[in-house]
Write a protein that binds this ligand. Structure first.
Ligand code: IDP
Length: 148
C-alpha cells in the first residue's frame, strides 16, 4: 500500500495541532504506520530541504524547522501522497482552500503547519531520512474493509 511522510512543523506542535492533524487523516480512512516527536538536527534539515538550498529563504527555513519539536509520521493508504497534499492545501496559506489544514490554520508561508511529501519518490526518500527502512508497522485495522 502507498505510504507518505507527513510532519507537523514546530508551529503546529506549539499551537496544539498534532491531534487535529492526526484526527483528519484518521477520519479520512488512512492508517498511521509510524510516528515520533523529535527535534530535527541542522544536518537533517539541510538534507530534507536540499532542493531549496539555493533559495533566499533556505536559512530561514532550516532555522525554523530546527527551532522546536516536530511530529513526524508515516501514513498509508490508497493515493495517500496526492490526497494528503490536497488535505494540507497550497503552500501559501492565503492560497489554500478553507477545509485544508493550511487554509484553516495558517497565515504565512513560513509557518504553514505541516509538511507532506509531494511525490512517491519524495515520500520514499523522506521516510528513509526520518525513520529509516522498515519503520512502518504492518497491521490490519478492522475498519479497512469499510474503507476499501
Ligand atoms: P511545500 O511545503 O508545500 O511542499 P515547498 O515549495 O517544497 O512547499 O517549500 C517548502 C517550505 O518552504 C514551505 O512549506 C514553506 O514553509 C517554505 N517556503 C516556501 N516558500 C517560501 C518563501 O518564499 N519564504 C519563506 N518560506 C518559504
Amino acid at each position: 500500500m502507498e505510504k507518505t511522510f507527513l510532519m507537523v512543523k514546530p508551529d503546529g506542535v506549539q499551537r496544539g495541532l498534532i491531534g487535529e492533524v492526526i484526527s483528519r487523516f484518521e477520519r479520512k480512512g488512512f492508517k498511521l504506520a509510524a510516528a515520533k516527536l523529535m527535534v530535527i538536527s541542522d544536518d537533517l534539515a539541510k538534507k530534507h530541504y536540499g532542493e531549496h538550498a539555493d533559495k533566499p529563504f533556505f536559512g530561514e527555513l532550516t532555522d525554523f524547522i530546527t527551532s522546536g519539536p516536530v511530529f513526524a509520521m508515516i501514513w498509508e493508504g490508497e493515493d495517500v501522497v496526492k490526497t494528503a497534499r490536497h488535505m494540507m492545501g497550497a503552500t501559501k496559506p492565503s492560497e489554500a482552500d478553507l477545509g485544508t489544514l493550511r487554509g484553516d490554520f495558517g497565515l504565512t508561508v513560513g509557518k504553514n503547519i505541516i509538511h507532506g511529501s509531494d511525490s512517491l519518490e519524495s515520500a520514499e526518500r523522506e521516510i528513509n531520512l526520518f525513520f529509516g527502512e522498515d519503520a512502518a508497522l504492518e497491521y490490519k485495522k478492522s475498519s479497512d474493509e469499510w474503507v476499501y
